[in-house]
Ligand binder design. Structure first.
Ligand code: MN
Length: 742
């Protein structure tokens, strides 16, 4: 946190006071005297504690907590407790104030939340401090969801003001947000916040594409508005006749979702018609909701022909995050596809505010148990006690953010499982004992393998036998965290039992060598490369490790003496000053111009490699990453980047191209088109090598019934040359699309 020695001035204090009053005005629900006093006290405490701090932009730091509190009230719909915690969310982490002081002043509940919002300290020895912190955030989620909601507000404000940050920090924050906060916002039903997250991530990761796209969306606005008016007009007439109270609007889709479509479907901007959705929000009493939504549906589909496969009925069965709405896609004027969303005011509030609104409507049947199952499954995963936070996070992600399937028990009870869940997952979802002892599983009355993937509407029944127990191969047949953690802990128990034999043999052997067991065993675990004592014992019991190896280790004074191995990387980092000077000298002597600057310093070719997963070319946005095998240069849009930035942000370094580089880069293009004879290959090669003077490394093509797909690998000097190749090829006869592939 940037400290300066100038405390905030009188004027600045007045500005903060103004921001505080604005915050108080946004609170719509009535406050009692105690709340009012506590909010004021939190304001005073935060103001005093942060008075020496400034944000990167230069403004007093305390603007940030005030704004986070405002987002909590205004955009998430939280109450006084959250406001107090938001105002205090950075005091323990960044100032002298301790958690005990917060507890003394505001009580246990507030202190607990503030503690949850404070980053873990002293995480420098773990593999991924970021993952440990995520894990902490998620652990607090099951105790008080407000921790995560305030965290969302915190993240949102940091992203809204990210422009002043250096680029590599922006990338790190974007990566983290993409990896966990955006999916979490989605899971909590905070759709607006999720969308804003994704748009800012897009803007950071691909600034040029973002600008280009927003320019195109702006340019087509007038035409779009006209189309929306045309589409809505006949609808309004018929809805008015029904006598409904409603709002209707055409809402543009977000830039990030448009960009996703362009990328995933490999189409151009001009080919995307559904840049907007029509939303109809009805004001009807609770008991009339369902009927009203379907009435409106029938009004729409009488005017515009619907596409039946696109009907989504989350009114009868809400999404597992509580989302309720009826979506249909119809064919509008000029044959364009238009999505129409039908919902009530209540459903709309849940859609906009997610979890916070969910509490308000807890009495409504469709909103009951919405989060309970989810929170239960998180608790299961936490109980599993992974040593490894990274593994926990990856389990958490695959299990809880995925799409879902709806399946039924023989009694007709609905079970919601993540998409891709298997018959065995189902067994564990009913009860862990049913999972442990599952011997045969039937889907729709037919016997299936345990790893059978379930489909929507399947009815599943499980036969059990007490003598059955999980084995290693079961882990490959499940995808849910609950099943996996139960299988793992059952196997861990088995392993521990078996490991007892290994432990005994080791103890005997060490006794023979006159070595104290307790004093030497942990060193041995480390020396032989095992994760833990049980792992070592198990390997011995399983004959994977021959105890003869002990004879090869030196013993001095009844103790093992392990020779230290120094990894080469470590050496270059901690090397002596003289060695560093020598290296610098060498660098200067190099005649070849450095291709890349890392943290502003020219980097010679021995120090880094261009990552083969994304093949960066000169001109791409890039960053450097310290991997186990040295420095790698990746594109900021690399498919692996999100994971790296989110979990190993501390290994990232700023990288940029040296203006003088003259190297060649490999780039792969995918070409699709209509096959109109053997001329295509010739035309493509001709255009590239003779026309543009670019070397082709390889070219493969496959055709099928008048359609072909080819891959061409080129050597280009820079991004401009690559774009030139793409645009030239696109114009060739018979070619419909050309895209860069990773
Ligand atoms: Mn903060």
């Amino acid at each position: 946190m940037p400290h300066t020695l100038t405390a905030i001035s009188k004027e600045e204090k007045a500005g903060l006071q103004k921001a505080y009053r604005r915050l108080m005005r946004t609170i719509k629900s009535p406050l009692d005297e105690v709340d009012r006093r506590n909010i004021r006290a939190a304001y005073e405490m935060g103001l005093e504690a942060h008075q020496w701090q400034r944000r990167k932009s230069g403004e007093p730091y305390f603007y940030h907590p005030i704004e986070v509190a405002r987002i909590c009230v205004d955009e998430i719909g939280l109450g006084p407790t959250a406001i107090i915690c938001a105002l205090l969310h950075d005091v323990v982490e960044d100032t002298e104030v301790t958690i005990e002081e917060v507890r003394d002043k505001f009580g246990n509940k507030i202190a607990k939340i503030v503690d949850g919002l404070t980053k873990l300290d002293g995480l420098y020895n773990v593999e991924s401090p970021q993952a440990e912190n995520f894990k902490k955030v998620i652990s607090t989620l099951v105790e008080d969801v407000r921790v995560v909601l305030i965290k969302m507000a915190d993240r949102l404000h940091n992203l809204r003001t990210i422009d002043v940050m250096p680029r590599h920090k922006q990338l790190k924050i974007a990566g983290e947000t993409d990896f966990i906060y955006a999916p979490l916002a989605h899971r909590l039903g905070l759709y607006n916040i999720k969308t804003e997250f994704q748009d800012i991530i897009f803007k950071i990761q691909e600034p040029e594409t973002y600008e280009d796209l927003s320019q195109k969306v702006r340019a087509s606005k007038r035409e779009r508005d006209k189309y929306i008016r045309e589409f809505i007009k006949p609808l309004k007439k018929n809805l008015d006749e029904l006598g409904f109270n409603y709002k209707i609007s055409g809402r543009p889709k977000s830039l990030s979702s448009i960009q996703n479509k362009i990328r995933n479907k490999q189409v151009s901007f001009e080919e995307i018609y559904d840049l907007f959705a029509i939303r109809i929000v009805l004001d009807v009493p609770l008991e009339a909701e369902k009927q009203a939504c379907w009435q409106v549906y029938s009004v729409i589909t009488e005017i515009h022909k619907p596409i039946p496969e696109r009907l989504k009925d989350w009114v009868s069965t809400p999404k597992s995050n509580g989302y309720e709405s009826l979506h249909t896609t119809v064919i509008g004027p000029k044959g364009r596809f238009v999505e129409v969303q039908i919902r009530t005011e209540r459903m709309d509030e849940i859609a906009e505010r997610g979890f916070a609104a969910h509490w308000k409507y807890k009495e409504v049947k469709s909103q009951q148990h919405v989060y309970e199952n989810w929170l239960d499954s998180i608790r299961d995963m936490l109980e599993d006690n992974h040593n490894d936070a990274l593994e926990f996070i990856s389990d958490f992600k695959t299990n809880l953010f995925n799409k879902e399937v709806y399946v039924y028990t023989p009694n007709g009870d609905l079970k919601i499982l993540p998409k891709g869940a298997t018959a065995l997952d189902f067994a564990f979802s009913i009860h862990s004992d049913i999972g442990y002892h599952a011997t045969a599983i039937k889907v729709n009355n037919k016997l299936v393998p345990m790893g059978h993937i379930l489909q929507n509407g399947d009815q599943v029944s499980v036969t059990t036998n007490k003598s059955q127990k999980p084995n290693e191969s079961w882990l490959k047949m499940v995808v849910t965290g609950k099943a996996r953690s139960k299988i793992r802990s059952s196997m861990k128990e088995e392993k521990r039992k078996k490991g007892e034999f290994g432990k005994e043999s080791l103890q005997r052997k060490m006794k023979n060598l006159k070595l104290d067991f307790e004093e030497n065993v942990d060193g041995l675990v480390k020396h032989l490369g095992y994760q833990s004592r049980p792992d070592l014992f198990y390997a011995i019991a399983n004959d994977e490790l021959d105890l003869a190896i002990l004879k090869t280790i030196d013993v001095e004074d009844h103790k093992f003496v392990f020779k230290k191995k120094t990894p080469p990387q470590q050496e270059s980092q901690n090397g002596s000053e003289a060695a560093a000077r020598e290296r610098k000298k060498k660098k200067r002597q190099q005649t070849k111009e450095a291709q890349i600057l890392i943290n502003g310093e020219p980097a010679d070719d021995f120090r880094f490699q261009l990552a083969s997963c994304c093949n960066p070319v000169y001109g791409d946005d890039i960053f450097a990453y310290v991997s186990n095998s040295g420095l790698k240069i990746h594109r900021t849009t690399c498919p692996n980047a999100t994971h790296m930035m989110a979990n190993y942000g501390y290994r990232m370094m700023k990288a940029e191209w040296n203006k003088k580089t003259t190297s060649n880069f490999v780039v792969e293009l995918k070409i699709t088109g209509v096959d109109d004879g053997p001329g295509v290959i010739e035309r493509v090669t001709n255009k590239i090598s003779s026309g543009l003077g670019i070397n082709i490394r390889s070219f493969s093509i496959a055709g099928d019934e008048g359609f072909f797909e080819g891959k061409v690998s080129l050597m280009v000097l820079n991004k401009d040359q690559m774009n030139l190749a793409i645009n030239t090829l696109k114009k060739l006869q018979g070619i419909s699309n050309v895209v860069r592939v990773n």
